[in-house]
Design a protein around this ligand. Structure first.
Ligand code: ATP
Length: 249
C-alpha cells in the first residue's frame, strides 16, 4: 500500500448522486489513488462513472460526500479561486471540450499556461515544446486559429498545451478519441514518455483496450464502483474483462 504522499490525486469513499428525476449514483463509494509517476487508465462500460470520477478528482465538480485530495491538499470544499491556482500550477487537462482560446493561434494556445502563470520558457522547455509540435504534426499550423483546424488537430493542440509545462499530473478523457490510429499511437507514446521519463502522473479515461494497454495500471469501474484494479495488462486481456463487465451489466 502506498502512503498518501506518493499519491498525486485521491478520492476516499466518494459518492456523487445526480437526481432530479430519481437519483443516480454516478459514483457509489469510490476510493482510488493516482500514484506518482504512473500512467493509469480508467475503463468501464458507458455510464459507469468514468468522466464523473475524473471531474471530481480534478475538482471540476464537487462530490456529494467523501473526501478529495490533490497531492496532500484536501480540495473538498475549497473555493474556485483557490482551486484554479492549484490546478494551474500542477495539473494539465486533455478533455473532450478542448477549451482552446478562439482568438489565439496554435502557438498562442500552446503557450497559454506559461502566459497565465507569468512564467518565461526555459531552453529545455522550448526544446520539449518543439518536440511536441513536431510529434503532433502541428508545425505547419502554428499561425492558424482553432476554427481553421479539424477536430483531431484541435485535440492535438490541446494535448500539446497540456504537456507543455510538464505538469505533475495530467487528466485525459478519451485523448485518442478523435484521432487516426497513427496519431493516436503517437499521443499514447507521448503520454508514456511523460510518465516514464519525466515522472508525470497520468489518469486517462478510455474505451480503447489498445490505449489502456499502454498504461502501467488499469482501473475498471462499473455502476459507480471500482470493480478491478490491474497492473499493466495486454489489450486482449483488457478486452475480455470489458466484455465480461458489459455482459454482466
Ligand atoms: N449532469 C448530470 N445529471 C444527471 N446525471 C448525470 C449527469 N452526468 C452524468 N450523469 C449520470 O451519471 C452516470 C455516470 O456518467 P459518466 O458520464 O460519469 O459515465 P462514463 O462512464 O464517463 O460514460 P461514457 O463512457 O458513456 O462517457 C450516468 O448514469 C449518467 O447518466
Amino acid at each position: 500500500m502506498n502512503t498518501t504522499s506518493s499519491l498525486v490525486a485521491s478520492v476516499v469513499d466518494v459518492r456523487k448522486i445526480y437526481g432530479t428525476h430519481g437519483s443516480v449514483a454516478a459514483l457509489d463509494g469510490v476510493s482510488l489513488g493516482i500514484r506518482s509517476g504512473e500512467f493509469t487508465a480508467i475503463m468501464g462500460p458507458s455510464g459507469s462513472g468514468k468522466s464523473t470520477l475524473m471531474h471530481v478528482m480534478a475538482g471540476l465538480d464537487g462530490a456529494t460526500s467523501g473526501r478529495v485530495f490533490l497531492g496532500d491538499t484536501e480540495i473538498t470544499g475549497m473555493n474556485d479561486a483557490e482551486l484554479t491556482v492549484l490546478r494551474r500550477r500542477a495539473v494539465g487537462f486533455i478533455f473532450q471540450a478542448f477549451n482552446l482560446v478562439p482568438t489565439l493561434d496554435v502557438r498562442g494556445n500552446i503557450m497559454l499556461p506559461f502566459d497565465l502563470d507569468g512564467r518565461s520558457v526555459s531552453r529545455d522547455e522550448e526544446q520539449w515544446i518543439t518536440h511536441l509540435i513536431q510529434t503532433l504534426g502541428l508545425a505547419q499550423r502554428l499561425a492558424h486559429r482553432p476554427y481553421e483546424l479539424s477536430g483531431g488537430q484541435q485535440q492535438r493542440v490541446a494535448i500539446a498545451r497540456a504537456l507543455a509545462t510538464r505538469p505533475k499530473l495530467i487528466f485525459a478523457d478519451e485523448p485518442t478519441g478523435n484521432l487516426d490510429s497513427k496519431t493516436g499511437r503517437e499521443v499514447l507514446s507521448l503520454l508514456s514518455t511523460a510518465s516514464s521519463q519525466y515522472g508525470q502522473s497520468i489518469a486517462m479515461v478510455t474505451h480503447d483496450p489498445i490505449a489502456a494497454s499502454h498504461a502501467d495500471r488499469v482501473v475498471f469501474l462499473a455502476d459507480g464502483k471500482v470493480v478491478a484494479d490491474r497492473p499493466r495488462t495486454s489489450a486482449a486481456e483488457i478486452s475480455n474483462l470489458m466484455l465480461s463487465m458489459e455482459t454482466a451489466a
